[in-house]
Ligand binder design. Structure first.
Ligand code: PFF
Length: 456
């Protein structure tokens, strides 16, 4: 990464940006959250709507978000301040910073579980619990232990702080180049093993043979929320990463790459998990514990399973890390740019505050297991507020801003810059993008939001 004229860091190459943005997008959302939501929402029908949401709404909003970042070279709040004289638009950026903060708190709890599973793998404990039922019981015992869950949460948060502390290039760009290909390779191996199990075809049919009668409001809501969550969209993470792009970098092609990589990993992870779920006669809708029940069983069956188990959970932790780094980066960039804080001070203070906010989420599975607000424990509540409310609201306003508020000529010139061979050459691409941002995305998101708060 090099410095631009005003001394702000920039990605070393377009590939550096794609890998870092894919690093933010690919994480527990793909490997932990997507399978458990697919399992709770009927499998193939959910996946169908999810993929539709990624391509029809996700990619256009992703392009819009990166464009705001690249044009302004600023954090989410500063970006809206630079583009609009209204006092209200920066509030959308501020909401994104807040959303990043909340997501980081509950996300780090699951990342902490994954880190704890690296140690379980090293101890060889997966060989003691090879049946998903006993693996599930073991998992419940572990997350029920306060020391275990809060301890690994803290350790993971420290790891995130270390990466962000050392700056954008050294930390994020270099790390992503190693972590992403490694994760990809490991998931493919696990998938091949899953496919080789007797009875795995029932899993494939669950994933790819949609029963369209299962699509209802709840399924669409879960799928849209997951599309935003998985693409790190609607809260300024991609805007912040876009702010480190050079003017000549191609935004639409980067966005498509990120979405295709992200979606492929989710689909492949789904195959790895549901082939095992069906081959071992498990129920697909057990919720957030799904991967921790199923993966140990398949990992131990691979030749060299001991090593694979360790590598797999290390890769999962690293994938989570490239996502949490982008979450903490949003908060840090805001305080560095807007409040003129030293980068290191911002990282230390907000990493620590976020850790404190994560503790009640970790305790939701033990001490606070019976404390429910609106029927959800603290963990579930923060997950709901961030994914079902804040991200879609952020995406809605980003689409409205770029579609309606921002000067049209500037938007067009901006998105074409660096993309002369696609958006520049084929006007229908540009016009379709504009129509999605102006009408389709805001209307659909609005409907989904209303249904998420139970109005329709
Ligand atoms: N996209 C990440 C995942 O799928 O694991 C989660 C995430 C990261 C969401 C960064 C939002 C964000 F800003």
């Amino acid at each position: 990464m090099s410095l631009n004229k005003s001394g702000r860091e920039q990605w070393g190459s377009k590939l550096g940006f794609i890998l870092a943005a894919a690093g933010s997008a690919i994480g527990l959302g793909n490997i932990w959250r997507y399978p458990y939501l697919a399992g709770e929402n009927g499998g193939a029908a959910f996946i169908f709507v999810y993929v539709l949401c990624v391509f029809a709404i996700g990619i256009p909003v992703l392009i819009a978000e990166i464009l705001i970042g690249r044009t302004t070279q600023k954090n989410p709040v500063g970006a809206f301040k630079a583009l609009s004289s209204s006092r209200y638009w920066p509030v959308i950026g501020g909401m994104g910073v807040f959303a990043g903060f909340i997501i980081l708190s509950f996300y780090s709890v699951v990342a902490g579980w994954s880190l704890g599973y690296v140690v379980e793998a090293v101890k060889g404990n997966f060989y003691l619990y090879t049946a998903p039922d006993s693996a599930g019981q073991h998992f419940n015992d572990l997350i029920g232990n306060i020391g275990w869950s809060v301890g690994y949460l803290s350790l993971f948060m420290i790891l995130t702080m270390l990466v962000v502390y050392f700056g954008v290039q050294k930390g994020i760009e270099r790390g992503s180049k190693i972590m992403m290909p490694m994760l990809f390779g490991l998931i493919i191996i696990v998938t091949i093993q899953g496919l080789s199990l007797e009875g795995s075809s029932a899993g494939l049919s669950y994933l790819f043979n949609p029963d369209f009668s299962k699509i209802n409001g709840k399924v669409v809501l879960a799928a849209l929320g997951q599309a935003f969550f998985s693409l790190s969209l609607g809260m300024g993470a991609m805007l912040t990463y876009g702010s480190y792009l050079k003017k000549k970098d191609n935004i639409p092609s980067s966005a498509v790459w990120v979405a295709v990589l992200d979606t492929s990993i989710a689909i492949i992870a789904g195959i790895a998990i549901f082939t095992v779920v069906f081959a071992t006669n498990q129920s697909p809708d057990v919720g957030p514990s799904l991967i921790f029940r199923t993966l140990p069983a398949v990992l131990t069956q691979i030749p060299g399973g001991y090593i694979f188990s360790i590598l797999f959970f290390i890769a999962l932790v690293l994938a989570a890390l490239t996502s949490t780094v982008s979450l903490l980066e949003v908060v840090t960039a805001y305080f560095v740019d807007e409040k003129k804080w030293k980068r290191k001070k911002a990282v230390l203070i907000f990493g620590f505050v976020c850790l404190l906010l994560g503790i009640p989420s970790a305790l939701s599975f033990n001490v606070f297991a019976n404390s429910k607000i609106f029927g959800l424990n603290f963990f579930g509540l923060t997950e709901f507020i961030a994914s079902n409310l804040l991200l879609p609201i952020g995406g809605f306003f980003i689409a409205i801003f770029v579609g309606w508020v921002w000067n049209k000529a500037i938007v067009r010139a901006g998105v074409i810059e660096g993309a002369e061979d696609s958006f520049g050459k084929y006007p229908w691409l540009l016009i379709t993008w504009e129509i999605v941002l102006k009408y389709i995305a805001p209307i659909l998101i609005f409907i989904v939001l209303l249904s998420s708060i139970g109005i329709i």
